[in-house]
Design a protein around this ligand. Structure first.
Ligand SMILES: [Zn+2]
Length: 103
């Protein structure tokens, strides 16, 4: 999943504690952007992303089973929605990891 989170961090460019936008591809932090001055740090995580994705795919059935056992109704009712979103989430991750290198 490509996810964006916000956090207050010390910006190395403007020297202030400001809101930052953090963009993740799966479990990997790819982009950090200061919302005050726009200073952006892009990490090249391509090799690590492929290893992480491979591990996530390999463990997906076990994680799904674990979620089903813990919350059968919630898991079952959310399955159609989450299944439909997966391809676009994966595409967003790939765009973030490879597209951010051109920025
Ligand atoms: Zn800044």
């Amino acid at each position: 999943m490509s996810a964006v989170e916000n956090a207050v961090l010390l910006c190395q460019s403007c020297g202030e504690e400001t809101d930052h936008r953090l963009a993740y591809a799966g479990r990997l932090l790819v982009v950090t952007e200061c919302r005050h001055c726009g200073h952006t740090i892009v990490r090249d995580v391509r090799a690590r992303y492929l290893a992480d994705l491979k591990q996530r795919v390999a463990t997906k059935p076990v994680r799904m089973l674990r979620r089903f056992v813990r919350h059968p109704v919630g898991f079952t009712s959310s399955l159609p929605r989450t299944t439909m979103r997966k391809p676009s989430e994966l595409l967003d991750e790939v765009r973030l990891v490879w597209g951010s290198r051109r920025a």
